[in-house]
Design a protein around this ligand. Structure first.
Ligand code: PHE
Length: 468
């Protein structure tokens, strides 16, 4: 069994793979929208505060759990608790969560592929017509793309940690950064872009309220891929010679820098499109923004750069988002695979095959949730709203559960494994950790302030989403 486990080739390999997981739709779309609606730089300041004081310690704890046990989340919780059922269940939740997130993330990634193909075919104008998104997501041809995409994903995952996940991140992450910078540079030259920049970077504290603060924390959690078992699993592939605190900091900085740059892309683009944009009207959902609104914005650039130029910019943008989604998807599908390898004693090949079958079984109804099938489109209702199968999965596993998984990680590390156990792992490869400010902060807050904040955010989300 042991020889099945991979390892990242270096600290850089780990950082790129973890950043590949962290950088996704959350950074490129959700963050700019949230920042614009919630006071620009004022939101950014709160967000940074959460990244540093809540997320960073939880990230380190997740990675340490993985590296100590060299196991997947179920194995890690189980081994460190001496097999206690309640903690095994916590581990299972940290497998179920990425499993289900993969379901709706796959569907969104399929839409991205369709959009890229359509723009290549000269159809940017068609895509930017109002209501076109609803037509695209109800096409039966989506299944063809779904199968092709899953084929590519699982082929990459067959390559394992070094040859699959790390290799993909090594190619795509630098490409993504360059594409993003080029797009930012281009958008900043457009007329009226300055209004968007001002809007983004001048703090407006009057927009901050409790809901914004909740939103900032959930967003930070989602963006860093916390509470999804990902960092536990990636920690299990992390070498004992390397330093957890430094690597974690690099991942957090890279992720935040990309989110920040995406703000510099999206907001100026929106204001260049319409200088009188009222940001309250921007869609709350990242999906709505990318697929409904952005094609219009790209199309509007044809006055400056022609239709071909506008289509080119749109292709670069959608490809960028697609790359970000691909590296995130690979990371999230790896979690159950690692679990099947460790816990069921499977070879990687068998585990990948099992996961391919399971994911397909769930991804098909999720694909049918936006009009293809009535049953899955009007699947259930809560909080006073009819919800599709896709909505249900995304509400539960994306909007709600992450802070709760984070909460279990904190309580586990503080009271079961104990901060002394955690420290034993964190000092490995890091001779500066002992006695550092970080250590003192973690010892003080991992069992107190941090889990309390996470629990409060979890409960208020449950209240808001399910009880209306
Ligand atoms: N951090 C990712 C993002 O910002 C979230 C994610 C990771 C989603 C992995 C799915 C899979 O989009």
């Amino acid at each position: 069994m042991a020889q099945e486990r991979g390892q990242f080739s270096s600290k850089l390999g780990f950082i790129l793979a973890a950043a590949g997981s962290a950088v996704g739709l959350g950074n490129l779309v959700a963050f700019p929208v949230m920042a614009s609606k919630n006071g620009g730089a004022a939101f950014l300041i709160i967000y940074l505060f959460f990244i540093a004081f809540i997320c960073y310690p939880v990230m380190m704890a997740e990675i340490a759990m993985g590296r100590r046990t060299t196991r997947n989340p179920v194995g890690a919780f189980s081994e460190l608790s001496g097999g206690q059922l309640i903690w095994r269940l916590a581990g299972m939740l940290a497998i179920l969560t990425p499993f289900m997130i993969a379901v709706f993330y796959t569907v969104i990634t399929v839409w991205l592929v369709v959009y890229i193909k359509e723009i290549f075919g000269g159809n940017l104008d068609v895509l930017s017509r109002p209501g076109n998104f609803n037509e695209v997501v109800a096409r039966p041809s989506l299944f063809g793309y779904l199968i092709a995409l899953l084929g590519v994903m699982f082929f990459i995952l067959l390559g394992g940690v070094k040859g699959g996940i790390e290799r993909l991140a090594r190619v795509l992450m630098p490409t993504l950064a360059v594409m993003l910078l080029l797009l930012v540079g281009f958008v900043l030259t457009l007329d009226n872009a300055g209004t968007g920049v001002t809007y983004y970077l001048v703090p407006d504290f009057s927009r901050i309220n409790l809901a914004t603060i909740n939103g900032a924390l959930s967003q930070a959690f989602f963006s860093l891929s916390l509470g999804m078992g990902i960092l536990i699993t990636y920690g299990s592939y992390f070498s004992r010679e390397d330093n957890i605190a430094d690597s974690t900091r690099m991942v957090a900085i890279a992720d935040t820098a990309i989110a920040f740059s995406a703000g510099l892309l999206i907001l100026p683009a929106i204001f260049a499109f319409d200088p009188n944009t009222n940001t309250d009207d921007l869609s709350t959902s990242s999906v709505g923004l990318i697929f409904d609104f952005l094609p219009q914005i790209f199309l509007s650039m044809q006055d400056t750069v022609g239709y071909g130029g506008a289509s080119f910019v749109a292709i670069v943008f959608f490809t960028l988002v697609f790359f970000a989604a691909l590296t995130s998807m690979v990371s999230i599908i790896e979690i159950p695979i690692a679990c099947w390898i460790d816990e069921l004693g499977m070879t990687r090949k068998k585990a990948v095959m099992l996961q391919a079958i399971l994911l397909t079984i769930f991804a098909v109804p999720a694909t049918m949730s936006l009009g293809i099938s009535d049953f899955f489109t009007n699947f259930t209702s809560y909080g006073g709203v009819t919800k599709s199968f896709f909505d249900l999965v995304s509400d539960v596993f994306y909007e709600t559960i992450l802070p709760f998984v984070g909460f279990t990680v904190c309580i586990f590390c503080a009271y079961k494994w104990k901060v002394s156990g955690l420290k034993e792992e964190l000092v490995i490869g890091d001779d500066k950790y002992s006695g550092s400010l970080t250590e003192r902060y973690i010892n003080l807050s991992l069992g107190t302030v941090i889990p309390i904040v996470l629990l409060v955010v979890f409960l208020s989300t449950v209240n808001q989403v399910y009880l209306g």
